[in-house]
Design a protein around this ligand. Structure first.
Ligand SMILES: Cc1ncc(COP(=O)(O)O)c(C=O)c1O
Length: 471
């Protein structure tokens, strides 16, 4: 009888050669007792196929272990775990399990809007990071610096924001953070006193709610319609809840519904915020991704200079969520409050990473990358829209988003939760609207973040979606 697949856990980026990582994984399983003395291992061809590696690599691993005495090759019969294991066998507890199981195929997923990691301009970033580390400026400035972030990046970002989106930000009013998540936490710390509340879009972005709560604020959901946050509902919420001291919005592409707030509503919102003297927190997390039509400038580009405003941006959609870089622009005294809160928890950011990003902005690499990513994601969006129409037709409803990395899919008669559960069992992860609500009834809808999937994967994912549509 053929042995079962081994299902080895192999370090994702092994430090040494791959065959040694495979050999280590096998020894670990012998020590753990998963592979018993005398048990037969799969043939090299079968294991190579299972692991997605070349057969010679598995052959080298088996040979290494045979030489060390862990395995025994029996001509014409196969390879077996040795009956007498090597003397230097260490107890299992001292063998650390690999942190990252690697050769595990991730399930297909419509994310909440993650970018494609394969597009990261890694070489340009690596070169810029190396330059930053080796620069004399870094060597003389390795001491603690400004809690607001490296001056070169604040200057570069100031020009970028002005030319890219009409946001005029003095570098002194910019704060670099480790991702916009930190900026949202600091925004709440600076804008809201304990016991006060922040009005948030519902459905909305749960991680922002977590950041606000962690900063001591409570959150109050305000409904969203086809034009984004309902300003009329916000007015009512403020009238009935005097604790509301700030409002958090995602006007470029409302999270999760993707709708863009129109010009008239933007003016209403700015007027309301000014009239009530509350702070406006604008999360412009995916500004780079507008595929057609005229660019839509942030509220921060239109707001009166003295409006209490915190504008938050992120590099997560443009570079990668794993590269922790975000920023905030704020009026005083909000900016100072945020910088002081940042210094208390993190002192300052990552100087070489910040200098590297400044380099990418100044050299134009970031702008070129944005243009390339925009082209690719636009095609993917169109492939998704076409596949949905073809496979699901009238049973769904959606507006093709003018930008952003996700599509909001109305589920028609179907329950979004049931659909997500059925698709999950068929190998496709989905995010139903219930994941984005605070308490009010969620619409029957799914957020389909498509950008990390290539065109073939999108078509395949839509196939699964169609097959798992609840009857
Ligand atoms: C609404 C919203 N804001 C901000 C972010 C970015 O977060 P960060 O910069 O912390 O990675 C995301 C990422 O998913 C988001 O969806």
């Amino acid at each position: 009888m053929a042995p079962d697949p081994l299902a080895l856990e192999i370090a994702k980026n092994p430090h040494g050669p791959l065959f040694l990582a495979i050999a280590e994984a096998i020894t670990r399983d012998i020590l753990r007792g998963r592979l018993k003395p005398g048990s037969r291992l799969p043939g090299t061809r079968a294991l190579a196929r299972e692991l997605g590696v070349h057969r010679n690599t598995v052959d080298a691993a088996y040979q290494e272990l045979t030489t060390q005495g862990w395995l025994k090759a029996e001509p014409a019969r196969g390879t077996f775990v040795a009956q007498d294991l090597p003397d230097e066998m260490t107890p299992p507890v001292t063998i650390p399990a690999p942190v990252e199981p690697a050769i595990v195929r991730p399930p297909l997923a419509f994310t909440d809007g993650a970018p494609d990691p394969k597009l990261l301009p890694d070489k340009a970033l690596a070169r810029a990071f190396r330059r930053a580390l080796l620069s004399p400026a870094f060597r003389t400035g390795v001491d603690y610096g400004d809690a607001r972030g490296t001056p070169v990046l604040r200057h570069a970002l100031s020009s970028y924001l002005a030319s890219d989106r009409g946001v005029v930000a003095d570098p002194a009013r910019l704060l670099i953070t480790r991702g916009s998540q930190m900026a949202l936490f600091l925004a709440a710390k600076a804008a809201v006193k304990p016991g006060q509340a922040i009005a948030v879009e519902e459905p909305g972005y749960p991680l922002a709610w977590e950041a606000f709560r962690a900063a001591g604020a409570s959150v109050q959901g305000v409904s969203v319609d086809a034009g984004g946050l309902s300003v009329a509902a916000l007015e009512e919420a403020i009238a009935s809840d005097p604790r509301i001291a700030a409002v958090y919005v995602t006007p470029h592409h409302q999270y999760p519904t993707t709708v863009t707030m129109g010009a008239a509503r933007r003016l209403q919102l700015l007027e309301l915020v000014e009239r009530h003297g509350i702070t406006l927190i604008e999360d412009d997390y995916d500004h780079e991704y507008r595929f057609e039509g005229r660019p839509v400038l942030p509220l921060a580009a239109r707001a009166p200079a003295d409006l209490p405003l915190i504008y938050v941006g992120s590099l997560s959609k443009l570079l990668s969520p794993g590269i922790r870089l975000g920023y905030a622009m704020a009026t005083e005294p909000l900016l100072s409050g945020m910088a002081a809160a940042r210094a208390a928890i993190d002192r300052q950011g990552d100087a070489p990473l910040e200098a590297a990003l400044a380099d990418l902005i100044r050299d134009g690499d970031l702008g070129r990358h944005a243009r390339k990513a925009r082209r690719i994601y636009r095609v993917r969006r169109d492939v998704l829209a076409a596949a949905l129409t073809e496979r699901l037709g009238k049973r769904i409803a959606f507006d093709t988003p003018a930008g952003g990395l996700a599509l909001w899919l109305g589920c028609g008669e179907a329950s979004a939760d049931v659909w997500a559960e059925r698709a999950g069992k068929a190998g496709l992860a989905l995010l139903p609207a219930t994941r984005f609500t605070l308490g009010r009834a969620a619409p029957q809808a799914l957020r389909l973040g498509y950008a990390a999937l290539d065109e073939a994967q999108i078509v395949h994912a839509v196939e699964i979606l169609a097959r798992s549509l609840p009857r």
